[in-house]
Ligand binder design. Structure first.
Ligand SMILES: Cc1cc2nc3c(=O)[nH]c(=O)nc-3n(C[C@H](O)[C@H](O)[C@H](O)COP(=O)(O)OP(=O)(O)OC[C@H]3O[C@@H](n4cnc5c(N)ncnc54)[C@H](O)[C@@H]3O)c2cc1C
Length: 635
């Protein structure tokens, strides 16, 4: 029988992706699905898309990113749905712009499903090895990447390379006085790549992050803990019909630290690598270790901890909120002072890790480096933290590397189009001074960038790029048309006073004095669309006759209830587009513009913005400087 997927040349590819973390997996899947012959070169095939820290995907703002990845045709949402063990829509009590999906996952299953996906991808080949050096053509003109050398002495050639080495570059782990080289617990560090890039002129820096201890369920007394169940009616991440919401769920548990726990942790502070000067890398302010929390909030007598299961078939639990690099015996003794954990067994202690990253102002919006042609960076190497942020960058780097080789323009998402647009624009325009994670507050257009409408915003683009399958596209077109017809039905459908008397009464509302359009009733906060459907048989009949799903009803309701806000943000975004549309020629010499402040000239020269809009977001460039640029380039 003929081989199904022969490899005609082991050593030559269109694109090589270095690293199979969350960024690398999305990058490789996208590049290969678009048609580039792709090699995924990774240190350990058993650990593809490994969850180095918490076994969960999504959360506030991160959940929106995963929905966007899915809408564009990326895979993180589908794989999350297939490995979910608990699902919650966070912030349900707030406005729709704040709703954020989050799933606890079976982390081994998540990793296994990614590997299966990649192993079965056409055009994709996997090689297990460590990249140690980049091959770059520096002869004549701009340096251009040509290939990769590996620890096993193999040299691969490619037109483009995407570096997604995560926390592995010169990784150094710390637990109390113990330090060891490594990219993650039980993984070797990656050596050589940083040196190779610095020699080419790249700037590198050092960051740090940390993780808590993992514990054995058999040693936990869950009976004294508060159970945290998933949603009664769980939803899911992917818009596609290929996945379903989780049917059975596993609970998490809530426990608290105490003054006694804190006092014990403090006995180890003089041996803490965070406090005694051993760790030099900058850590995430918003994801502090327990020892950081005790220092910053010294007056607090307790902190919440969540015990999160790591999978269906494992006893391993993750202690969310207890990240630490204190000596392991201090961590263990402190944990044993927590109610329900008196006899706890730890599988492994928490630890901190320092690693190299490359300030992302060295990148274009396409994630290609400014210094070396066809070299792309994505994920933690760009100074971000989090699986979702990494996956989003990986997807965009995979798409853009493929498009560059095809001679197509890069895909650059705008700030009012996607959180992914905000993420990449922040990175390349402002840079990072600590590990960057996404927050809703980073987005100016939160009401436009909701999780529920990610498909409406991005699926047409994903289809045009070529990543959204025809089946998912047909599903999207049908959903969009049903939403439109439901809204138009609501516009046209009159409701008589007698029809809404009972629902008004049940809510202690004064009954309306005249009939109303259904649209006007849905727009009122007092009524939910679901209640109105139940109360109005003619509406229910329309819903049933047209097979309108709960998802379509929810979308129509959000569009009706938030219409005023949505229109306002759209107007604001359009105004700002004017600045985004005024381009600055590539290679323009800002230093000769004496009307700019010196700081602005230096910052503009470093970042090299492509539009006045981008220039206006660079820290240190003032409105007065923007006026000078507008006179030069604008109208
Ligand atoms: C200890 C620890 C704690 C963390 N804590 C948090 C946290 O609290 N919150 C949070 O949001 N995130 C945390 N993270 C970060 C999270 O794991 C990353 O944000 C995310 O995994 C980044 O994805 P990535 O794809 O960029 O890199 P990674 O997931 O790190 O994947 C990198 C991949 O590259 C491969 N690789 C590296 N170098 C080479 C090479 N030279 N050749 C071939 N392959 C290579 C590795 O084997 C791996 O497969 C933590 C990570 C660690 C290690």
């Amino acid at each position: 029988m003929a081989a199904q997927h022969p490899n005609k040349d082991l050593y030559t590819y269109d694109i090589i992706v270095i690293g199979a973390g969350h960024a690398g997996c999305e990058a490789a899947a996208a590049a290969a699905r678009l048609g580039s012959r792709t090699l995924l070169l990774t240190m350990d095939m058993q650990k593809m898309a490994a969850m180095s820290c918490n076994p969960a995907v999504g959360g506030v703002a991160k959940g929106q990113i995963v929905r966007e990845i899915d809408a564009l045709g990326g895979r993180m949402g589908v794989i999350t749905d297939r490995s979910t063990i608990q699902f919650r829509m966070l912030n349900r009590s707030k406005g729709a712009a704040m709703w954020s999906p989050r799933a606890q996952c079976d982390k081994e299953l998540f990793s296994r499903l990614w590997r299966k996906e990649l192993e079965n991808e056409n055009n994709l080949y996997i090689w297990q090895d460590a990249a140690t050096d980049l091959v770059v053509d520096t002869e004549g003109g701009k340096p251009r990447v040509k290939g990769v050398k590996t620890r096993m002495g193999v040299e691969f050639r490619a037109e483009a390379i995407i570096l997604t080495a995560g926390t592995f570059l010169t990784g150094l782990m710390h637990c109390g006085e113990q330090s060891a080289e490594g990219g993650r617990a039980a993984d070797a560090a990656s050596k050589g790549i940083t040196e190779s890039l610095v020699a080419l002129g790249f700037e590198a820096g050092r960051m740090k992050t940390g993780t808590p201890a993992r514990i054995d369920a058999r040693s936990i007394d869950f009976s004294v803990m508060e159970e945290q169940a998933g949603d009664a009616e769980p939803s899911k991440f992917s818009f596609s019909v290929d996945t379903q919401a989780v049917k059975e769920q596993k609970p998490c548990y809530l426990v608290y630290t105490s003054v006694e726990v804190h006092d014990h942790l403090r006995t180890g502070f003089d041996r803490s690598p965070l406090f005694n000067g051993t760790i030099h890398g900058i850590g995430p302010r918003y994801c502090p270790s327990i020892e950081d929390k005790l220092r910053t909030f010294a007056e607090k007598e307790q902190h919440q901890l969540f015990l999160e299961p790591e999978g269906w078939d494992t006893n391993e639990y993750y202690i969310n909120g207890f990240s630490s690099s204190l000596p392991q015996e201090i961590q263990l003794a402190a944990l044993r002072k927590i109610r329900g954990l008196e006899g706890v067994h730890i599988y492994r202690p928490g630890y901190a890790i320092e690693y190299d990253y490359f300030p992302p102002t060295q990148l274009r919006h396409s994630l290609e480096t400014k210094l070396v042609e066809n070299l792309y960076f994505a994920g933690q190497v760009n100074g971000t933290t989090g699986y979702e942020e990494a996956a989003a960058q990986g997807l965009m780097a995979g798409i853009n590397a493929h498009r560059k080789l095809q001679g197509s323009e890069p895909i650059v998402l705008k700030r009012d189009e996607a959180y992914i647009g905000v993420l990449i624009d922040d990175l390349v325009t402002k840079g990072v001074d600590e590990p960057y994670r996404m927050f809703t507050s980073r987005a100016e257009y939160r009401i436009l960038l909701r999780q529920d409408n990610a498909d409406l915003r991005l699926t047409p683009l994903g289809h045009e790029i070529g990543l959204v399958t025809e089946k998912n596209w047909a599903n999207f077109v049908e959903k969009k048309s049903l939403v439109e017809s439901l809204i138009s039905f609501a516009h046209d459908h009159s409701v008589r006073i007698s029809e809404i008397e009972s629902v008004s009464k049940s809510k202690n509302l004064e009954a309306p004095t005249q009939g109303k359009k259904l649209y006007a009733l849905i727009a009122r906060n007092e009524f939910s669309f679901a209640e109105l459907i139940e109360a109005l048989p003619r509406v229910k009949k329309f819903i049933e006759a047209n097979n309108i799903t709960a998802e379509v009803i929810e979308q129509a309701e959000i569009q009706i209830k938030y219409r005023g806000y949505i229109e306002r943000e759209k107007l604001l975004a359009e105004k700002l587009h004017r600045l985004e549309n005024i381009t600055i020629p590539e290679g323009f010499d800002f230093m000769q513009m004496n009307a700019l402040t010196i700081e602005a000239r230096q910052k503009l020269t470093k970042i090299r913005p492509q539009t006045i809009g981008q220039a206006s977001r660079i820290p240190g460039v003032s409105p007065a400087d923007i006026n000078v640029l507008l006179i030069k380039f604008g109208r």
